[in-house]
Design a protein around this ligand. Sequence first.
Ligand code: SF4
Length: 756
Amino acid sequence: MTAVDSVKTLCPYCGVGCGLEVLASPQSETAVDGQDQSEHLWKVRGDRAHPSSQGMVCVKGATIAEALNKDRLLYPMIRDSLDEEFRRASWDQALELITSRIQTVLSTQGANGVCMYGSGQLQTEDYYIAQKFLKGCLGTNNFDSNSRLCMSSAVAGYVQSLGSDGPPCCYEDLDLTDCVFLIGANTAECHPIVHNRLQKYHKKNCNVKMVVVDPRRTKTAEDADLHLAIQPGTDIDLLNGIAHLLLRWDCVDADFIANRTEGFLEFAEVTQHYSPDVVSERCGISVNDLELAARWWAESNRVLSLWSMGVNQSSEGTAKVRAVINLHLMTGQIGKPGAGPFSLTGQPNAMGGRETGGLCNLLPGYRHVKFPEQRAELEQFWGVPAGRISPDWGRTAWDIITGLESDDVGLLWIVATNPAVSLPDLERAKAALRRSPFTIQQDAYYPTETAKFAHVLLPAAQWGEKTGIMTNSERTVTLCQAFCSPPGEARADWEIIAEVACRLGFADKFPFTNSADVFAEYVQLTQGRVCDMSGLSHERLRQEGPLQWPIPKEESGEELTTQIYNPDEFHQKAAKPAKRLYTNHQFPTANGRARFSAAHSRGLAEPPDSAYPFVLTTGRLYGHWHTQTRTGRIEKIRQMYPHPFLEIHPRDAARIGVEDHSLIEVRSRRGVARLPAKVTAAISPGTVFVPIHWGELWADQAEANAMTQEKSCPDSKQPELKACAVQLTPVPTEAVKTDYTLFTKTLETSSVSLPL
Ligand code: SF4
């Protein structure tokens, strides 16, 4: 591939989805292959023409090019057991080995013995090929992704309340709202460009209210007019408490409720149990603050709620999402500018994963495995036998772990994710990975913590090295264009999966020669669906730039799908992007009405007790991304965060006898970590915070997930990563003012290179 002067693409980190423009310097022409590319060869800047970000980027986007050339996995590597060293293999050897292992598992355990675990880092084409291979060809729904840990509650909440997945809002609403209600979202650190935009608008418009609900006084909370530092696990109490007041004050949209919704009476009955006194007591906030939040909601013409992992990562995550949506439905705050329930996705293409069916309960085009007619549509389209697609959920992320424990999983294929750091109850998860009979890890980098558990390593092309599609939180679809060749023998994820499928006898299903062809097939499956992007192609996106779905085909041919709603009513007929969903207040449910939920708060799955008296909450930091696979290799970001830490309130620190920088042992019923204390009033008493970014590659005994739990939401199966009970013990021998830069490991590229 030839290096070019300027290429438009997308930041591959968070779900904000900022547009990037990559400029090549002259040196790059001689250094596009292999590890030799030096980090200054690609200059990255914000793409001013990108509608979602308008030229803005945060530190992650600005430094992304530095991660292209560090510690790349260059060749396929194999080994017979985890005790052995890896040895280099050809692609042919590696793929033959994988093909033969899959055939063995198919004949001994059946298709459900095969699992693939993917990632919101994948492009839409990668996702789609994996669904077609696993669900359509092999006949197993065992494809799950790390989005299960991130936003599956948002998916379930939208589907149950509104009839379909799909955030109804767009970023323009950030500039049009009268009141923004952030719950469980630290946008200043986790979605920085959304936060910048919001902050700018808020500062300019002093009448606009900003409410932040978070147990921590985060950077986001510092910008708020009202910070509700609720006790962990009391979100539903708060939301039902606000609903109680709105009803008491008769500040509801009676017409909207009567004509556009169902289930209101049951919901109203539930809210009667959430009087201000009760809610104040449970949430640990004043009645005045509760009333102020409700008053602002009631008095604002346009209310926009934003949420993220603080709501989703919960054993009642779906119920929390629905409790947020309830407030919008009772006040008619949906389907209009500046208003609506807006879930911010964590990863760059988590939305694309949802659209292509990249979870073990979904199928492409916002379909679900449980509906016979939707399975039949896919089987017909893919040309596979009727009944090939299973009606049952496949294995979720955690079910893969239990499947390894019970020997029901015979082959695990991990793509672009690092479960040896990111899964909950990490020691148990690692023990399960250790006993896997055959694990493939397909990744751009080596080493990663998960490589330790792999039998085969497959080098993947990453950002900038392959062309494909990503969808961001506001449904904007961007063509991410390649601007350099993959190093060594790395290949695009979809190509690798498709080649294995071909070797297994499904060559007629995978005739694709490039990712544009893959996308062209995929978008046909969206026609007439809520996420209709049948009017899109690589070429159109290249010509016109990023576009928001729904964007149907200009002249629709025959309808592909059985409709659960009338698409003409639902989408505007014109084949142009729609900024917002549900502007006509028709919802894609059987009767066109949105549904209230009537759920009581159940609280934390593991509340604190006398043995484990603190609540541990976890989260991200501004500069780092997930398990540091990229950001840990970028010097500037490493310098921003020289070591992991545990935030503790001064009162708790005094009570257990630790000072700032003292080492604390934090222990749950599942695992333990040792972290330097960061004594700060930003955290509520009784709660401690640990960032999620440090796996064993980057620090010793600093894994947040050593302590977290697998207990999950019954609807979304998303684990409660945000809260578990822990005990804290000072570590006396190493206490006080240790040089904690020693705490963090430095990777030396030369010491970790694979044998060639
Ligand atoms: S806000 Fe997110 S998408 Fe934008 S530059 Fe930062 S990490 Fe990338």
